[in-house]
Design a binder for this molecule. Structure first.
Ligand SMILES: Cc1cc2nc3c(=O)[nH]c(=O)nc-3n(C[C@H](O)[C@H](O)[C@H](O)COP(=O)(O)OP(=O)(O)OC[C@H]3O[C@@H](n4cnc5c(N)ncnc54)[C@H](O)[C@@H]3O)c2cc1C
Length: 386
């Protein structure tokens, strides 16, 4: 005779957007979930990002997830009680030379061959019609109408609140320093306290590899500090989110007229002080923006910052079960484009964890794509702040 089934227990390490999304869906499916967060939800990449929600120019492995994520962004209000500021204004990637345009044409053909139709190549005339303020040297673009941007911090807090409402417990200001499996349970140590659960989900963002290394899972991950800036208000001059094919750039004009500029320019990561702006490189980022849109030439910058993100060698994240630790699932290392994907990854991950089945869309992101490393001879893991 079997007694009543007890709810599965899950500890999530990291209260960024991925931790909160996964927690939300696990709790909605009946799990008892605790999120352990060193700082507070949205403190790191999830609150500091550019808010770009795009399928455009995604790695092929990410395309199905990105398309599924857009469907959720469109009905975000119904999903979590708030739109998260999602605006569907389109995304465009501009070519500044014939060679860049040819590369975009080839990219669109590759996508078509794989069965996708969401990216369209547009010529110089259509580009000019869509963005008259663009510099005259630009020769064409790829464009995707059905996407745009959302508000990062609002999104992070909305998912944290929705998770709390679904019953997730948040333990803020606690750092996971060690965890180990004894029998069927994980014991997770945070300072003086120990918590227990059937399953642990590593959503530690840029520190995901350091957390994985605590239980001898190896993941190659570099920490990068990505920079952002915001201009003073300008008269409306652009509708879609704009990227450049040949150099790092992301640019969007908000409804209040300010322009948010980023695109992957590297700041400085300091283990003690966190992500810092490198003003020389930031100037290069802003020059790119002004070369594409001369209207920005004299517009002052009112704010800039940097956020920490984890980068893998192949520029796609790590998602899936640990290869050597039962009951451990990893979701981290989003290489500067994980904000848009979070709503769908949390949903699929919760299903995969609770049903103990493999999610086919996660297959390309498995840790198995990297060579294993033997941790038995050295302790390489450090949990730093930042
Ligand atoms: C400047 C910038 C711009 C970006 N722009 C975009 C964009 O336009 N579109 C897009 O899709 N993506 C973008 N991204 C990427 C996106 O922000 C990230 O991929 C996403 O937010 C990652 O979420 P996360 O939950 O994995 O990580 P995080 O938000 O970093 O959360 C991880 C959390 O884990 C906690 N943690 C770590 N170690 C421990 C521990 N040992 N114990 C307890 N807690 C721990 C941390 O405190 C942190 O809060 C950008 C990123 C940056 C930095």
């Amino acid at each position: 005779l079997s007694g009543p089934r007890t709810a599965p227990t899950v500890i999530i390490i990291g209260g960024g957007l991925h931790g909160c999304c996964t927690a939300l869906h696990l709790a909605r499916a009946g799990a008892e979930v605790t999120v352990i967060e060193r700082d507070f939800p949205g403190r790191h990449a999830s609150g500091a990002n550019a808010g770009g929600v795009r399928t455009l120019n995604r790695h092929l492995a990410e395309v199905p997830l990105a398309l599924a994520a857009i469907e959720i962004w469109r009905r975000m209000e119904a999903e979590v009680g708030d739109s998260c500021g999602y605006v569907e204004c389109g995304q465009i990637r501009v070519a500044e030379s014939a060679a860049e345009l040819e590369a975009l044409v080839q990219r669109a053909a590759l996508l078509r061959d794989a069965g996708y139709k969401h990216e369209t190549v547009i010529d110089r005339d259509e580009l000019r019609q869509r963005m008259p303020a663009l510099g005259p040297h630009c020769v064409g673009a790829i464009y995707c109408a059905g996407e745009g941007y959302a508000e990062p911090y609002r999104t992070a807090l909305t998912f944290a609140r929705a998770a709390e409402h679904a019953g997730v417990k948040f333990r803020l200001g606690l750092t996971v320093e060690a965890f180990e499996r004894t029998g069927h349970l994980w014991r997770v140590a945070t300072g003086n306290e120990e918590l227990r659960a059937d399953t642990v989900v590593n959503c530690a963002g840029a520190w995901g590899a350091a957390v994985a290394a605590l239980v001898s899972d190896y993941a190659p991950l570099d920490l990068q500090a990505l920079m952002m800036s915001v201009t003073a208000r300008v008269e409306k001059f652009v509708t879609p989110v704009v990227g450049a094919a040949g150099r790092p750039l992301s640019l969007k004009q908000m409804s209040n007229g300010t322009v948010v500029i980023g695109g992957g320019f590297q700041g400085i990561y300091d283990a003690e002080r966190g992500a810092l702006v490198d003003f020389a490189r930031l100037a290069e980022n802003l020059r790119t923006a002004a070369e594409l849109f001369p209207i920005l030439d004299d517009v002052p910058i009112v704010r800039c910052w940097a956020g920490v993100e984890g980068k893998t060698p192949d520029q796609i994240p790590i998602i899936g079960r640990s290869l050597r630790n039962e009951g451990l699932f990893h979701i981290f290392g989003f290489c500067g484009h994980g904000f848009a994907l979070a709503p769908v990854i949390g949903k699929l991950a919760a299903k995969s964890i609770l049903s103990e089945t493999e999610e086919p869309l996660f297959q390309p992101f498995s840790l198995s794509r990297f060579p294993a490393r033997d941790f038995s001879l050295s302790s390489t893991s450090t949990i730093d702040r930042g």
